[in-house]
Design a protein around this ligand. Structure first.
Ligand SMILES: NC(=O)c1ccc[n+]([C@@H]2O[C@H](COP(=O)([O-])OP(=O)(O)OC[C@H]3O[C@@H](n4cnc5c(N)ncnc54)[C@H](OP(=O)(O)O)[C@@H]3O)[C@@H](O)[C@H]2O)c1
Length: 282
């Protein structure tokens, strides 16, 4: 049986810990900023000792760190009251930061496993997410021992591991920002525009999700250039001009995004090569 400790049991930490507990892992300490938050996380996970980094603790086994990315730079200070020599591996879940951030933590043993294990999925609500981890891809990098520990976690979560070169993590994470975070922003813009057309919220939500799904289905079968539909793909430049005027008068705060979006789609449909492999014919 594996022992997991969690520092930063928020959206990702709670979800992974609960899923691993169900898969048979033992949960040790669970630490958030406040003891109240740690207790609430333990209640959700179903096991663990609630604590904070103000108390002296000696976690053994694996320490999974799911803190906000900016906090990873302060790890040496955050962990100063804990004795970490008995740990087998220390792992964090950031997408953009590599396991090299652990080199700044001074109270680790020399042979500890160090890795980053980035679940490539959007975790918004632990209650809804914890049962949906199966088949999630996990970007992994670290030292040999850390990678072996990360693989054990992925195996228990029934996920799919992908190796990421440590030095490319910031670039690798940008892809998720565009694919996941910007999609939510695009949904919001579309929703605001439908609401200006007096569309009821429940109907607009269904329409936008169905429209997004149809584009995603096309993308799963076609390269982006062929999956593109709409005025830019049809070269309806007069329509684009008049739609720009409508947007400018109705919701001017979206105009710069629209202009950049049209420029981007013109490049895509015109086939400018950004090193994207499916553009090699252009
Ligand atoms: N959310 C996602 O979709 C997603 C997906 C993949 C990877 N990630 C990565 O996973 C990591 C965590 O993201 P998240 O979305 O789960 O963040 P989150 O929901 O904001 O959770 C962060 C947790 O860290 C705790 N915390 C913050 N500062 C702390 C400190 N100084 N000492 C102790 N605990 C502290 C917070 O505790 P309190 O409740 O007490 O404030 C909270 O429970 C990030 O590196 C992120 O890039 C996120």
């Amino acid at each position: 049986m594996f022992l997991l400790n969690v520092l930063g049991a928020g959206r990702v930490g709670k979800t992974l810990a609960k899923t691993l507990k169900i898969a048979g892992w033992k949960i040790g300490i669970v630490a958030n900023r406040t003891i109240e938050s740690s207790k609430s996380a333990v209640k959700f996970i179903g096991e663990g000792k609630p604590t904070t980094t103000n108390f002296a603790e000696s976690p053994r086994g694996i320490l999974l760190i799911c803190l906000p990315d900016d906090e990873l730079e302060n790890l040496n200070t955050i962990l100063k009251n804990w004795s970490l020599r008995g740990l087998e591996s220390i792992i964090h879940t950031s997408g953009a930061i590599s396991s090299r951030v652990f080199d700044k933590v001074t109270n680790l043993s020399k042979n500890i496993g160090k890795a980053s294990l980035h679940p490539i999925r959007a975790f918004a609500d632990p209650e809804k997410n914890f049962s949906k981890i199966e088949k999630t891809y996990f970007g992994i990098e670290g030292n040999e021992k850390g990678i072996q520990t990360a693989l054990k976690i992925v195996d228990s979560l029934k996920g799919i591991p992908v190796n990421i070169p440590s030095e490319l993590k910031p670039l690798y994470h940008l892809s998720a920002v565009f694919a996941s975070n910007f999609l939510v922003g695009l949904f919001w813009i579309a929703d605001v525009l439908y609401s200006r057309c007096e569309m009821p919220e429940s109907v607009s939500k269904e329409i936008i999700i169905s429209l997004m799904n149809s584009s995603l289905e096309n993308l799963s079968e076609l390269e982006p250039k062929k999956a593109l539909t709409g005025p830019v793909a049809r070269r309806d430049w007069n329509l684009i001009k008049s739609e720009r005027e409508t947007l400018k008068s109705e919701v001017p705060e979206f105009i710069s995004f629209f202009d950049e979006g049209i420029k981007l789609l013109k490049k895509l449909s015109g086939g400018i090569n950004y090193g994207y492999k499916q553009d090699s014919s252009i």
